[in-house]
Design a protein around this ligand. Structure first.
Ligand code: NAP
Length: 278
């Protein structure tokens, strides 16, 4: 597809942003559907965020993704927020609703799609969410929406408590092996929402005694660099069901693609592009 005066512009804003896999994934999707659209990475320092949003409005950029450190800072500068963005307290996708620029959060939807496609049904399940940062908020919101019971553990309890207050979490634990062992036999799903195990620190993993889980349990690691973390390898060695973070990345991107274009996202093409980009 040649870039010309009809080409529609989308992209991602972050700081830094050069590591992003989204340009490879979204451009492959546009190409597959023969859409004359392009997706670029914009490195926007925090002090230029408002100008970036004004620029998007002024230039009629069709959609943006947002990543660290802009996800929370975008909340007050948009015309409207979806219920997901409002409750999670973070925006990862900007789209137009007629002339209003709306902030959405497709992480929750991406997480649920990835789980359900893998074969896990969250309704009435008991989940242990590990972490209390930005991604944990999206996962807790998603699991609540899906009707799961949620337990949460985090290194810093003072960061975990606000999630308990906002979302009505069943119980909160410190991230300590022996404190977690007694509840694990009742858990169907463990989700790692910490950065433990992420490159370059691939040798680390959350201190969760996975051997105490029932044999039907699932372990989902949101970390996708590397795609098979040490935590997942540990779960696999116990015969548990595992899911890596790449699928959530794919489905959150697919949801953003649909918000912008109105088209069904070409998932196979997007996944292939992600895997090659990694
Ligand atoms: P964040 O907001 O910075 O939160 C980081 C979390 O990790 C906090 O709970 C923090 O605990 C915990 N943590 C960090 N270092 C730790 C350590 N040494 N020991 C114990 N806990 C530690 O990060 P985030 O945005 O939630 O992202 C977390 C991970 O999810 C990243 O690897 C990110 O790439 C991944 N992610 C993946 C997707 C996807 O689509 N697959 C989407 C979003 C995020 P404290 O509160 O105690 O500091």
């Amino acid at each position: 597809m040649r870039i010309n005066s009809d080409t529609q512009l989308t992209g991602v804003i972050g700081y830094p942003v050069k590591h992003s896999l989204s340009p490879a994934m979204q451009n492959a999707a546009f190409h597959a559907l023969k859409l004359n659209w392009v997706y670029l990475a914009f490195e926007v320092p925090p002090e230029r965020l408002r100008e970036a949003v004004s620029g998007m409005k002024g230039l009629g950029i069709r959609g943006l993704n947002a990543t660290i450190p802009h996800k929370e800072a975008l909340l007050p500068v948009l015309d409207d927020l979806t219920e997901a963005a409002r409750q999670i307290g973070a925006v990862n996708t900007l789209f137009w609703d007629e002339d209003r620029l709306v902030g959405d959060n497709t992480d929750a939807e991406g997480f649920l799609c990835a789980l359900q496609e893998a074969g896990f049904e969250p309704q009435n399940a008991r989940a242990l969410v590990v972490g209390a940062g930005g991604s944990a908020r999206a996962i807790v919101y998603a699991l609540k929406q899906a009707g799961a019971a949620i337990h949460l553990c985090n290194r810093s309890l003072d960061k975990a408590r606000p999630l308990g207050d906002t979302f009505g979490i069943d119980s909160i634990y410190p991230l300590e092996l022996e404190r977690l062992r007694p509840i694990l036999s009742t858990i169907d799903l463990v989700v790692n929402c910490t950065s433990l195990g992420m490159e370059p620190d691939t040798g680390s993993l959350p201190p969760i005694p996975l051997e105490a889980l029932p044999s039907h349990a699932w372990v989902n690691d949101l970390v996708y660099r590397p795609p098979r973390t040490r935590f997942l390898q540990y779960a696999e060695s116990l015969g548990l069901n595992v899911l890596g973070g790449l699928d959530m990345l794919l489905y959150q991107g697919a949801a953003a693609f649909t918000r912008w274009t109105g088209e069904t996202a070409p998932l196979d093409t997007m996944k292939q592009a992600l895997v090659s980009a990694l």
